[in-house]
Structure formats: structure tokens, C-alpha cells
Design a protein. Structure first.
Length: 614
């Protein structure tokens, strides 16, 4: 009898596959239903978030976040557009932002429909004064001839406003911070409640550096209102009060109002006293010696650039610097190797440039070594040296010393020299080299030039701060060996040249005089009299400077008189530092229409130097 084999059992792998297929067949209807439900949800969700009303509201507020007022204007209803021009619309929003001190508005959520049919858009507003405000914009959408539009009203000028409310602000400034001198003593203190000068223990001697407070200048009104400053506030308008106004005012305090409702409030925060670099003894000396003269005095520390004193027009007025500019010219000449300290030049009473004679003062004959020519400020040597140096190198040297660049002190004017392409011809170039033509400088700038020489060719950035490291490190603008040579030349000016009136017993002083010609030359030629005046007050044909070989006369086939014997026809300049080998103080002096630099400005500088050295 044949045995019958038992059926072979299925493998476990085959059984598992069958079970998976069975489960999959059972799950397919459920998966299909879920997919349909998901698709329906997506469709309805998309329909809900892309409705015309929500989409319009989103675009309006999104444009607001980038200050795109033109796009916002396009979205408002026709009647509002007829009542308000695009420019007026933008102005309304800008004014509201200034009132709130707003700097940024951002979406804080998605638009949603409200029960009354309007659209509510959550937003977040960043402000300078009131911090971050969280609110919402409620927009009513209407059908217009142009489609769906936003029914606009002034309640939409700022988030949180309700119909009929307007946005206003009540703010006040805290008591103005005190100004302190370098030794911590008070320069100026007390509230700024009316136009004028705040109280100072130095009295009138501090006026020239402290400056004045007064009503907000129209040019700053929009800027300060946007910071929360009341439009009728008293702020700094000149001197240190003006230069440091942002730090002296402190933070305003007050309320932001929607009609009668307070949207936000903040207390006023007074600023800390400001410690300045002003040295009372030097400031008092500068003010006393300048007196009521029209001009300016600046004293600074050469190594740091810290300003020790300012009086009169020290930082905020420009005049042709005359022969003090020869510090720049001779630096360029030495750097280029055109001449050295002991290079000799022929004695002459004039030089001829472009066929025009430039005569030394009173027809004086000067020349000899470069050192002697610098000491007596001989134009018949330095005007031709400027021509040899060339416009490009002359201008580049001046710019390294700081010309054509902001000086870095708030309220200080920028000293200028024309571009090389604008200095055409030998006469214009020679005149520029002796600080005439269109060269313009402040007393601060010429003090910076002298400070650069004093500090071995490193030009400091001036500052009113008493703190160490308040300005960038000084940049080397000329080689130290060149600065050393120029320093020797400047010592010669005070020892034996045009600046002997600046000499201090027992102290080696280095300096440079300048007498800038302002008058009209009167020239008689072929029986006809002619004259010309440039914008700076110098002749278009003959630009000269003042005493000690600094004054010049110009002529070709004519006899010309500059009128430089009249003190009212010249600015007197002097720039100096002491002690010459280890400088502690640099002084720049500019006296408007007051004669020769060696006679008028050098004694002023000496007294300020003495105060600084004490």
C-alpha cells in the first residue's frame, strides 16, 4: 500500500504577504475618504484665506509695512481718492508716524474676518519713544466702481485708532544735562527754558565754546519731532550745545493719545553729564585774548586730537589761510624730493607766473635756503615751488592733511581746495600754494595741520570728548622724517622769521604765520584802470598774502597795488605748537581783517600756548 504524503505547509513569508495584501484592500476605502476630506479642507482653506476682502486687506497693510503709500492709495475707495491727493495721503501717514515716533510697522498675524464684515489685521509698531505697540487695523471693504476697495478714513492713519479719533502726543524734555570740563568742573548747567546761554562758572569766557540754546531750527524740526521732541522745545543751536545736542537733551517723556485715550506713555529720562576735553584755563585765555575781535581760536592736544579750547569763529568759519598753508606746500615739496632744507634759491623781489609779476611785500628781496625762505615766508620762492610740485600732488597733500574732508567734529566746517583739474595755469597753482586763490580753511584745520607736524606726520581726528580712545588712532599722512624737517622750519619761523612775537622764554615754539590778502588790486594799464575780485576776495589775476615777505603784488604790463598795507584788507593767521620737541598743545588763530599774521595773530597764539603749558 502506497503511502500518501501530507500537504506541505505554506512558508511564513508567503503568509505575511497575503495578510498585508488583505489589510491593504480593506484600508483603501478609508485612505480614499481621508484624501478626499484633506483635499476638501485644502480647497476650503484656500478659499477662506484668498477671499477678495482678506487679500485686499493683506496687500494694503503689507504696503504699509514698507511705507509704500502709492500702493496703499490705489486700494482706497474712489471718494477718498477724490478728497485726498496721493501726496497729501502720504503726508498724513508720515505725520502720524512722526507723532508716534514710529520706525517700523510689521504684520503680527494673518488677516481675519470680523463679525461685522470688516477685516482685522494684527500689527506690531516699533517706536523710538514708546517702545513696541501691539494693536490691529480694522478695514471695511466696499464695492467700488473699480472693484473691491477699502473704505478709508483717518482712523486708519495709525493702528488702534477708532472712528472719530485723532492721534496726538504730549511730550516734554527732561532737564538738560550738564557740560563738564576736562577736570570735571562745570562748563554749563541748568535747564534750557529760553534762548540764550546756560549758566557757567567761567562766565562769558565759556560762551565761545558752550554756544547757545534756542528754538528748534526749521531744518531740524521734522527730524526732532520724529524723535519725540516737542515742537516748541529749546535745544542746542551752536557751540557744544549744538554739537552735542543729541546727547544733552535726554529722552522725552509723555503720552501717545488716541483722542482722549492713552495708547502709550513713558517717563522722561535725563541724560548723564557730558565730560568734555575743554581745559578751563586754556578756554579762559583764548576768550580773553580774542576779546571782541572777529576771528577764531582753537587749541588742541596734538597726540589725541582732544580740543582744549574754542572761541569765536574757531571751527565754523572759512577764510583763505594765506602762508600758513605753506606747511602743506613744503610737506609736498619735501616728500617729492623737489627741494631740501638746505636747497638755495636766488634772491628776488618778485616771481613771474603766466606773465604776471607776483611781488614780495614792499618789494622786499628774499631767498636763500629753503629754511630761510620758509622763515620769512618768501612768496617768490614758494609760488614757483608750488608750480613744480604740480596741482595733483599739491591737492593730494592737502587732502591728506584733512582738506576736502569733514573734520569729524559736529558743527565744524569742511576746509577746501579745488580739485587739480580746476587749478588751471601757473598763476592759479602758485597762488594756491601760498594759501590764496580758492583755498579756504578754518582755524581748526590749520591747527590740525600743525598738530600733524607736531606728532611726527600723524594726523589726529579732533574731538570734544575727554575719554581715551574716543576717536580713531591718528593716521600717518606724511613720512616722519618730512614732519621732522618741517618742525625745524617752523622753529626757525619763531626764532628768526615772521613769528618772533610768539616766542616764549625758556620754551621752544614752532609756528607759521599767514596773512591772507582780501582786497581788490588796483591796476593802471595803458591809461585804463581795471580790477577783479574772486569769490574768496582775492584778485583773479594776482593773489597775495601779507607781511614778512607774505604780501604780494601782481602785474604784467601794469603797476598793481593790493592795498595790503591796510590791515582791514587782510586776515591774520598763526598756527603753532609747544614745546616743539615734545608738543603738548597746538594753537590755530585766525583774525578777520586784522593785519599781518606775525604782528596780530602770533601774540594771540603765544598767550594761549602759555596757558596750556601752565
Amino acid at each position: 500500500m502506497r503511502a500518501v504524503s501530507a500537504p506541505r505547509p505554506q512558508s511564513s513569508e508567503a503568509g505575511s504577504a497575503s495578510e498585508r495584501e488583505l489589510r491593504l484592500r480593506r484600508a483603501r476605502p478609508v485612505i480614499a475618504l481621508a484624501a478626499v476630506a484633506f483635499a476638501i479642507g485644502v480647497i476650503f482653506g484656500a478659499m477662506r484665506h484668498s477671499s477678495p476682502a482678506l487679500d485686499l486687506a493683506d496687500r494694503f497693510v503689507s504696503a504699509w509695512t514698507t511705507s509704500d503709500y502709492a500702493t496703499m492709495y490705489e486700494k482706497i475707495d474712489s471718494s477718498s481718492q477724490r478728497a485726498l491727493s496721493p501726496g497729501a495721503f502720504a503726508s498724513e501717514y508720515e505725520a502720524a508716524a512722526r507723532t508716534a515716533t514710529a520706525t517700523k510697522i510689521a504684520l503680527a498675524g494673518s488677516p481675519r474676518s470680523a463679525s461685522d464684515g470688516s477685516v482685522v489685521v494684527p500689527v506690531r509698531v516699533s517706536t523710538r519713544l514708546f517702545g513696541t505697540l501691539r494693536s490691529s487695523v480694522r478695514l471695511r471693504i466696499v464695492a467700488d466702481t473699480q472693484g473691491h476697495r477699502i473704505a478709508w478714513s483717518r482712523s486708519l492713519l495709525f493702528p488702534g485708532l477708532q472712528p472719530g479719533e485723532s492721534l496726538t502726543r504730549n511730550t516734554v524734555l527732561p532737564t538738560r544735562a550738564a557740560l563738564l570740563a576736562s577736570d570735571g568742573s562745570v562748563l554749563a548747567a541748568g535747564p534750557a527754558v529760553s534762548a540764550g546761554t546756560r549758566e557757567s562758572p567761567l562766565g562769558a569766557a565759556a560762551d565761545g565754546v558752550i554756544g547757545h540754546v534756542g528754538p528748534i531750527p526749521s531744518s531740524r524740526l521734522a527730524e526732532l519731532e520724529a524723535q519725540g521732541v516737542p515742537s516748541d522745545a529749546i535745544v542746542g543751536v551752536s557751540g557744544l550745545e549744538g554739537a552735542l545736542d543729541d546727547r544733552l537733551r535726554g529722552a522725552p517723556g509723555g503720552e501717545l493719545l488716541a483722542g482722549e485715550r492713552v495708547l502709550a506713555s513713558v517717563p522722561a529720562k535725563p541724560a548723564a553729564p557730558i565730560h568734555t576735553s575743554i581745559v578751563p584755563a586754556v578756554q579762559r585765555a583764548a576768550a580773553t585774548v580774542l576779546g571782541g575781535q572777529l576771528g577764531g581760536v582753537v587749541a588742541l592736544e596734538p597726540s589725541s586730537g582732544r580740543i582744549l579750547a574754542v572761541d569765536g569763529l574757531g571751527i565754523d568759519d572759512l577764510q583763505p589761510p594765506g602762508s600758513t598753508f605753506k606747511m602743506v606746500t613744503v610737506s609736498g615739496v619735501l616728500t617729492a624730493g623737489i627741494a631740501g632744507e638746505h636747497t638755495n634759491f636766488p634772491y628776488a623781489t618778485y616771481t613771474t607766473l603766466d606773465g604776471v609779476k607776483l611781488e614780495n611785500a614792499g618789494g622786499e628781496s628774499c631767498g636763500g635756503s629753503l629754511a630761510l625762505s620758509f622763515a620769512v615766508s618768501c612768496n617768490s620762492v614758494f609760488a614757483p615751488l608750488g608750480v613744480k610740485l604740480g596741482a595733483e600732488r599739491l591737492v593730494a597733500t592737502a587732502e591728506r592733511f584733512g582738506f576736502n574732508h569733514p573734520p569729524g567734529v559736529p558743527g565744524a566746517v569742511e576746509s577746501t581746495i579745488p580739485s587739480a583739474s580746476q587749478i588751471q595755469g601757473e598763476l592759479a597753482l602758485g597762488s594756491s600754494a601760498i594759501g590764496q586763490g580758492q583755498v579756504q580753511a578754518s582755524a581748526l584745520q590749520m591747527a590740525i595741520v600743525a598738530a600733524t607736524i607736531a606728532d611726527g606726520g600723524r594726523r589726529p581726528t579732533p574731538t570734544f570728548s575727554a575719554q581715551e580712545g574716543a576717536t580713531p588712532p591718528a593716521a600717518t599722512v606724511i613720512d616722519p622724517s618730512v614732519a621732522k624737517t618741517v618742525r625745524r622750519l617752523m622753529i626757525g619761523v619763531v626764532r628768526e622769521g615772521t613769528g618772533t612775537a610768539a616766542a616764549i622764554p625758556g620754551v621752544v615754539v614752532a609756528g607759521k604765520t599767514g596773512t591772507a590778502e582780501l582786497g581788490l588790486p588796483r591796476c593802471q594799464s595803458k591809461g585804463e584802470q581795471s580790477s577783479g575780485k574772486s569769490e574768496s576776495g582775492s584778485s583773479e589775476e594776482a593773489n597775495g598774502t601779507g607781511s614778512g615777505g607774505e604780501q604780494t603784488k601782481g602785474s604784467s604790463e601794469s603797476e598793481c597795488s593790493t592795498g595790503s598795507n591796510d590791515p582791514r584788507n587782510t586776515d591774520a593767521w598763526f598756527a603753532a605748537f609747544a614745546p616743539a620737541l615734545h608738543p603738548k598743545i597746538v594753537v590755530g588763530v585766525m583774525l578777520v581783517k586784522d593785519g599781518a599774521g606775525g604782528e596780530a595773530a602770533a601774540p594771540v597764539a603765544r598767550q594761549v600756548l602759555e596757558a596750556g603749558l601752565r
